[in-house]
Structure formats: C-alpha cells, structure tokens
Design a protein around this ligand. Structure first.
Ligand SMILES: [Mg+2]
Length: 238
C-alpha cells in the first residue's frame, strides 16, 4: 500500500468532482436526462441510476443497450451527447444550489496559491460538463491544470493514466505513481488510484452507498471531510 513517507515528493493531486469537491444537488441527473432524450430519444432508467464513481460513458453503456443502442453507436454519438449535455446544464444549473464540500475550496485555493503539488481532475463528468459544475461550485476550472474525463473512457481506471501522461507532458518531468494522490468519495475512486499505483484518499462527504463502503475499499487515507487533509495526509507546510 503506497503511503506517503515524504510529503515533499507528491507532485500531483487528482480530484474527483461530485461528492468530493462539491455536491451537485441533482443537476447532473437532470442534464443527463435531457441530453439522453435529445440524442437517444430515451431516458429509460435514469431516475434510479446510481452515478457514484461511474464515468458518464459508463452510465450510457448501462442505460442504453437495453433500449437497442450498441456500444459502437454510443461511442459515435458521444461528441453530440457531450455538446447536448453541456447546453442543457448551462441552461438549468441556475436552478440548483450546488454546494462546496467542507474544506474543499480552502484546500484547492491553498494548493493553487502555493503552486505545488499540481492539481488535476479525474472525473466521471464529460469534458463539457466538468467546468460548468466547477464554476457553479465556485471553483476556477483553470486551477486544475490537467484532466481526464468521463467522456474519454467507460472505465474510470483508465483516467488516472491519461491525467498523469498529460501532467508529464505539461511539466516535462517524469511523475511516478507514488507521487500522485487521487481523492474521491466512492470505491471506484479508490480502485482507479490502485490501478495507477497512486495514493488513494477517500473522503466521506459524497455518494458511498453505505457507511462502511468506502472504508471497505481500503483507501490509504480515509477522511470525514477535507478539513483535515493537511494534518492527516499531507503535512507538507506545517
Ligand atoms: Mg464522486
């Protein structure tokens, strides 16, 4: 299990969005529903669908094949779906009281101010949706200098690799897996950290389906919320 022995070695923090940085209060489900109706003419299953930890691509792969859509068709229509989802979300998000998770904004702001470690996104949201949600939650999307999105793969475990690759290209430095922290609120976030070999931080502010689910996933660090991140995970500047 990769535990942080030297906090100064951490180069990159990869953030989940929903349930970790902010609570979207249903706007994701609503925008997904409208975009599905527009592009695929069905919203079957969306009302009871569990989104936690899934990429949006995975969501479409779970909901649409029973309605007669093939994986190939879903892949082909992903760009159109992304555009539609962003248009709908831009229109409806004012009606949703998106909330910051405790400690998240202060932590992201402090990391940005210090400029190190770098911050990025590993999110199930599409590339078009993520910045809209972040802005609604009071976060500047530009502070996350690399990202991998839920419109890039059905498999969340692919995403940390994409993000690290982009961070290496951006910085011109090699970034080892144990120099990366992945922070999220579901077992899928822990699993994608494991896939890379990164440090997994679980935070109990979001969408775990039971009180022990996140604990059972055995993240390296398990936090009630992000207010104790500096103390518990990265006592780098104390
Ligand atoms: Mg989440």
């Amino acid at each position: 299990m990769p535990l942080i022995t030297n906090p100064q070695d951490i180069q990159l923090i990869l953030w989940d969005i929903d349930g970790t940085l902010l609570m979207p209060k249903g706007v994701g489900r609503a925008a997904t529903r409208l975009a599905m109706l527009e592009i695929f003419n069905t919203d079957a299953g969306i009302e009871t669908h569990y989104f936690g930890g899934k990429t949006d691509w995975r969501t479409l792969l779970e909901l649409l094949p029973p309605q007669g859509f093939s994986e190939g068709t879903i892949r082909e229509l992903m760009p159109a779906y992304e555009r539609a989802a962003a248009q709908h979300m831009n229109r409806i998000i004012v009606d949703y009281a998106v909330e910051q998770c405790p400690g998240a904004h202060a932590l992201v702001t402090e990391l940005h101010r210090r400029g190190y470690p770098l911050q990025g996104l590993v999110t199930g949201n599409t590339s078009s949706i993520a910045p809209i949600k972040l802005r609604a939650g009071g976060f500047d999307p530009d502070w996350f200098v690399v990202a991998a999105y839920g419109s890039e793969s059905p498999d969340r475990n692919d995403l940390p690799f994409l993000a690290v690759d982009r961070a290496e290209k951006l910085t011109g430095r090699k970034i080892a897996p144990e120099q990366v922290i992945v922070i999220g609120d579901t077992p899928a976030d822990v699993a994608c950290a494991r896939a890379l070999g990164a440090v997994a931080v679980g935070v109990k502010t979001g969408y775990a389906t039971s009180p022990t689910e996140l604990e059972d996933a055995k993240p390296d660090y398990l936090l009630d919320d992000l207010t104790t991140f500096w103390k518990d995970v990265l006592p780098i500047f104390d």
